[in-house]
Design a protein around this ligand. Structure first.
Ligand code: NAP
Length: 473
């Protein structure tokens, strides 16, 4: 193989997944001043930016400003985006091996963890990930339906996703109208009859996973009072002892929760109740196959083998009368065709981003982001994570541990994608869509009005015909 990484033989890298980890990896690769690199970033969705578009809550617009960083990366020489192209459907790992020296998977954690309790599959019992994807206009979730005629809703888990879901359910229509929530979700939430939302933690306030800003925001909602049962805000002796050496953020979480427990209700139309030390043991059937309630067991905390405080069920049970349940107990990665997978951990097995198969590195294949480390951390966490992987990719390049593609050509890939998936979206297409969405938003006093399916996006770009002719949709 000639020396790879020069102007005549650029290092060619395929990245699968155009979320934060994929972009940060592309940026670090293309920022190497002594190398010529070509990066093709693929995504199964027509639009880039992963969870920044489809996961970050619509009322958290500031977090979405990170897309400006992604736009700067996309403007670097050597970058291309192929949206609406799915690995395993339109291209295979073998196709990629023909054209790239290195392949990096940054596909995130696309599904949710389940609880494994009876009744979880009843109508009205959903994962938070479905609801989040739905209200954010994710094309694969736009047709989901949630029974918002129910007045009482439970959200299981006390992480930031649970907080997002509860907050969106409690926002007033006026608050939601100022966001980029999908239009259909805005209509459904306008008509919502939800009056009471319960967030359920299986451990205590000192073990909650939410962060300070997110829990504090719940106390500032226009249309909902937040409340915590005072006895559940109190720390047990083990937690109280741990708090003395806990990080400041944990202490602040506990202070905010205890402040909520002391607050009088102010008579806002909705109520958001945060409960601790309760675990769902069964989703109850109302007799028609729909959720009719949630059976909870009260927990106490004990020291686990790993030294952490774990929930232990007592023999005290109660029934929470709710008609809609969202489980928000963590995301989970899904396997990719032709790529090793650790089913227990829900990640691609790896050593610092180098994919392992039966413990041995797979030449030329890498991983970054949630599918590498599991669903933890904020958007920025993916930068250091992606840089670690790319540093290992560069080390492997220097040491000649690369794939040996027979056709390392940007032109050949374009030809392949045009033949397999004529209705792919380039970054220039995305930038036009971005302009269309934000212009429509401005006309309605909103940050943007989202297009939520590939057909509408193609039509907005005046491109319906090319897909139709190709029969690709
Ligand atoms: P998470 O932070 O891991 O929280 C999961 C929650 O589910 C925990 O409270 C956990 O309790 C609970 N849980 C797990 N298994 C359970 C079970 N069997 N029964 C009852 N409860 C159970 O996950 P996440 O909320 O999905 O968030 C994922 C990542 O995205 C996090 O890093 C989060 O900070 C980030 N995120 C950030 C923002 C933001 O910055 N605004 C917004 C959304 C998401 P235990 O602790 O007891 O296991």
């Amino acid at each position: 193989m000639p020396s790879v990484g020069t102007a005549s033989h650029p290092l060619r890298v395929a990245i699968i997944g155009a979320g934060p980890a994929g972009f940060y990896a592309a940026g670090h690769l293309l920022g190497q001043s002594d190398l010529t690199v070509e990066v093709d970033l693929f995504d199964k969705l027509p639009t880039p930016h992963g969870l920044v578009r489809a996961g970050v809550a619509p009322d958290h617009q500031k977090i979405k400003n990170v897309t400006r960083v992604f736009d700067r990366i996309a403007a670097l020489p050597g970058f291309r985006f192929f949206g609406n192209v799915c690995l395993g459907e339109h291209v295979t790992v073998d196709d990629l091996k023909r054209h790239y020296h290195q392949i990096l998977y940054a596909t995130g954690a696309q599904t949710d963890r389940s609880l494994g309790i009876p009744g979880e599959a009843l109508d009205g019992s959903h994962s938070a990930t479905e609801f989040v994807a739905w209200y954010n206009g994710h094309p694969e979730f736009k047709d989901r339906r949630f029974d918002l005629t129910q007045e009482r809703v439970a959200v299981i888990g006390v992480g930031n996703v649970a907080i997002d879901v509860a907050r969106i359910l409690c926002r007033t229509p006026e608050e939601l109208e100022r966001t980029d929530i999908a239009d259909y979700a805005l209509d459904a939430l306008r008509a919502s009859r939800v009056r009471e939302v319960f967030i359920l933690g299986r451990r205590g306030p000192a073990q909650a996973k939410f962060t300070n800003a997110e829990i504090k925001e719940l106390g500032e909602l226009d249309g909902a009072d937040v409340r915590v049962p005072p006895d559940e805000a109190e720390l047990d002796p083990l937690s109280a002892a741990e708090l003395e050496n806990a990080p400041r953020s944990v202490v602040t979480n506990v202070e905010i929760v205890q402040d909520y427990a002391r607050r009088p209700l102010s008579g806002k139309p909705k109520r958001l109740t945060i409960r601790f030390l309760v675990s769902p043991v069964e989703v109850l059937d109302d007799g028609t196959g729909h959720v009719g309630g949630l059976k909870l067991v009260r927990n106490r905390l004990i020291r686990g083998d790993d030294g952490s405080l774990r929930p232990q069920p007592t023999d005290t049970f109660e029934t929470l009368p709710v008609g809609l349940v969202f489980r928000s107990v963590g995301y989970r990665g899904v396997p990719l065709p032709g790529v090793p997978f650790d089913d227990r951990r829900g990640i691609i097995p790896n050593d610092g981003g180098r994919i392992l198969d039966d413990g041995r590195p797979v030449v030329g294949q890498y991983v970054a982001g949630w599918i590498k480390r599991g669903p933890t951390g904020v958007i920025g966490t993916n930068k250091a994570d992606a840089v670690e992987t790319v540093e290992h990719m560069l080390e492997d390049l220097r040491e000649g541990r690369l794939l040996d593609p027979p056709e390392p050509s940007a032109e050949a890939v374009l030809h392949l994608i045009r033949s397999r998936r004529p209705c792919f979206f380039s970054y220039a297409d995305w930038q036009r869509l971005d302009g269309i969405e934000t212009t429509q938003g401005r006309q309605r006093g909103r940050p943007r009005v989202k297009l939520t399916c590939a057909e509408d996006m193609l039509a907005a770009l005046g491109r319906t015909a090319d897909c139709h002719v190709a029969g690709a949709e």
